[in-house]
Each structure stands twice: as structure tokens, then as C-alpha cells.
Design a protein around this ligand. Sequence first.
Ligand code: PLP
Length: 452
Amino acid sequence: EAGAAGEADDAVGLATRHLVQPWPYAGSAGAEARTLIGEGDGIYITDAMGKRLIDGPAGMWCTNVGHRREELARVMYDQSMQLSYNTPWYTMNAPSAQLAQRIAGHAPGDLSHVFFTTGGSTAVETALRFMQFYNNVKGRPDKKLILSRGGAYHGSTYLSASLNGRPRSHDWMDGLDAIAVKLTAPDPFRRPQGMSIEAFGDFLVEEFRDTVARIGAERIGAFIGEPVQASGGVIVPPDNYLKRIREICRVNDILFIADEVVTAFGRLGSIFASGEVFGLDPDMITFAKGVTSGYFPLGGVVISERLLEGLRRSNHPDALFGHGLTYTSHPVGCAVALKNLDLLEGGVLAHAREVAPYFQARLKSLEELPLVGEVRGMGLMACVECVADRESKNPLELDTNVGERIDRHCQELGLLVRPLINMCVMSPPLVITRGQIDTLVDILREGISRTM
Ligand code: PLP
């Protein structure tokens, strides 16, 4: 044990001297220790002290089939031994072609082709650059503005980050303000007081329509939205709102991009939620995370046949889409994703659909606690939003970081939480059982009670 403890001390020491963690505060940048995780198994991860925690956020909404899946480890080994990498510039590999076919088979409408990336930000970046290229080729170089929404999270690259909707993403960072127009977050909990959810949906649609009319459809290239806003706090939009937005986009020739980096590959019980859950047929869908259950960094964009046909028939067949990543169509990532799809189709999706209502109902019971303003969610993603005052729905002061305090209590009790200021997000591995859901909710209840 001395060895393990020594190793842990060592890792923490090394990290605080040499590692810059994601999303650091200036005051601790490059000098911060976070909970050191040594192992994962099923829905559990184990910290350096040997304490087993339920992986409440499934990594970052990604470890969908759970940790330590031997099938996935084996396929990585086998594919690496067969072909670890090939240049996608002048060559191709079979796993990426097979994966593109399988993904297209699950995608709604005429989404028929896939461009693979390294993750979600690069998927969003690719979709947006494709929109720009498409409009250049179609001879309408002014049709490039992008509509996005408050509460949105689309990534940490320059273009994708410029579309994020939470002030936290922007306060100290530069962005390409000129490319984006931000609309109201479709958050029913934060709708104007006295307004019904239905009326709020109408308000959002009107705002969208008015914005298009004010700016002019000839200047707007795309709308991008998460079907359920994830990092914004699991915001489930009003019924039919997304379908109505989609229609406005269709009429105005504005590309509708569904950012399914979180919602695809099982989180809402289907491979893609836009079609199966929301009845949408986007022009492009971005995905990442669950496509490999986090075993390998991979993402992509599913693109409609109509758009590609538009390019092939354009007046500029020699126009070059100058966009590609070294790891586009990575053979190991694609092989892992194929096996991961086998697991999802072979029972994990069905299980996720089966336990989701139980998961939501059990978490909903936390609304009894005075600190909890709302518990909301869909499928196997949920958010517990804490408020200082239930009447006014005032969020707790930013600097109280109530989510982090709840997380600390929960970690002591055996659950890792994803704290988001005054919110706790829960998105466990999809293989979670009813008994494990009970434990998760019991710990969260106790953690929140200790925080009050
Ligand atoms: N889009 C959405 C909806 C996300 O939630 C995320 C990450 O959480 C991203 C894009 C960015 O993905 P990545 O972190 O893989 O670059």
C-alpha cells in the first residue's frame, strides 16, 4: 500500500508542478490538485485512496457502456497491431468506411455521410466550416452568420467557443463575436414569471422568426443547437419548439445543425435523439463522446446527401474544402466505435430506455429538499438545480459554489458529482441498474442535506 500511496503523492506533486488542467482559474493555474482517479470498473471509478465512487457524470457524459469493457480494450489492441494509423489524405481504411455506413444507417432524414474528427469541438468546427464552404461554393458568401442560444455549450476551439451561451465561457476569453447571434436559452425553469411553458415556447419561436426577419435570411448560414442543452444544466426545451425552429430554417434555407455530442449514442435511449426522440431531420448532426464510450477520442459530423449533392452539382467543382485533421478517420478510434455500437445495439440502448423513467422519478424526489429548486432531465441525463429561494428561484450566489460543496460531501459518501455552480448534473454510465440508481439518489440526497 505504501507503494500506491507514494505513487499517488507523486502524481499529485507532479500535476501541481507540471500539469495545466482544463478550465483552470488564474489563481491556481498549473498548481492544482484534483481528485486522482486510478481505476474504473462498470459504473465505478476508484480514487487514489482506494475509495470507490459511482461515476455520476460518466466521465464527461461519455463512458456510456461503462468502464473496463474487455471487448473494447481488445479491439484497440487488435486494430493497433493490424494498422495503427494511415494518412487519410491519400489513403483510407476499412473501419472508418464501415463506421460511416453504420452511423448513416441510424441517422434521420437524408443524412448519409460522415466526416470524422477528434472530438466534439472539432466536430462543431467542421460543421461550421462546411457551412461556410457550402455557401461560398453556392455563390452566397454573405450567408454565414450562426444562430446559437444562451445556455449552449459547443466546444473550446475558437469558432465553437464563440457560440457558447454561458457567460462563464466568455467573461475572460476572446471570441468571434461577429459570427454569432445569441438567442434566449430555451429553459422553461427560467421562463418569465407568470408565463406558461407553452407560451414560453411560442415566445422562443417568435424571437427566432423575428431575428431571421431583422437580420435577413440571406445573411444567416446556420442554426446550431443541442436537442437537450447539456452543460447549460440539462435544459429540456418546450414541446415542439425544436420542430418549429427547424421549419423556419427550412423555409429560409438556414442549415439546421443538431449538436448531439452529448445526446447521441444512448444518453436519450437512441443512437441519435434528433430523429427518434424529437422528430427532427437536421442538415448536419455533430457527435463525439459516446461514439467510443470515451475509450478513444473520436467525433464527427453526419452530413446530408442534399448538401453534398449541392456541392457536386455546383459551378465550382474544383473548389477545395481545405479542412482535415491528422486523426480524421483514425482506424483505431473507428474500430473501437464499431465494437461500441455492437454493445449499444446489443442491449445497452434497450437497458437505458428501460431504466430511464426510474432514474428520473427517483431523482425527482429530491425536490422535497428545501435547497432544490428543480430536478429535470430526460433519458439518463438529469440536473438538480439549487436555489436560495424557491419562490424567486434566485440561484445561490456564484461564489458559494454550492455544487462543489455537494460534490465534496457526495465523494465522501461514494458518488462523484458534476458540479456546475448551483447545479449538479447526473449522467451515469447507461449500464446502471435500478439498485445502483437507488444508491446514487440516496447519496445525493444525503450530500445535499449536509450542504443545507
Ligand atoms: N458540444 C457539446 C454539446 C458538448 O457538450 C461538448 C463537450 O462537452 C462539445 C460540443 C465539445 O466536445 P469536446 O469537449 O469533445 O471537444
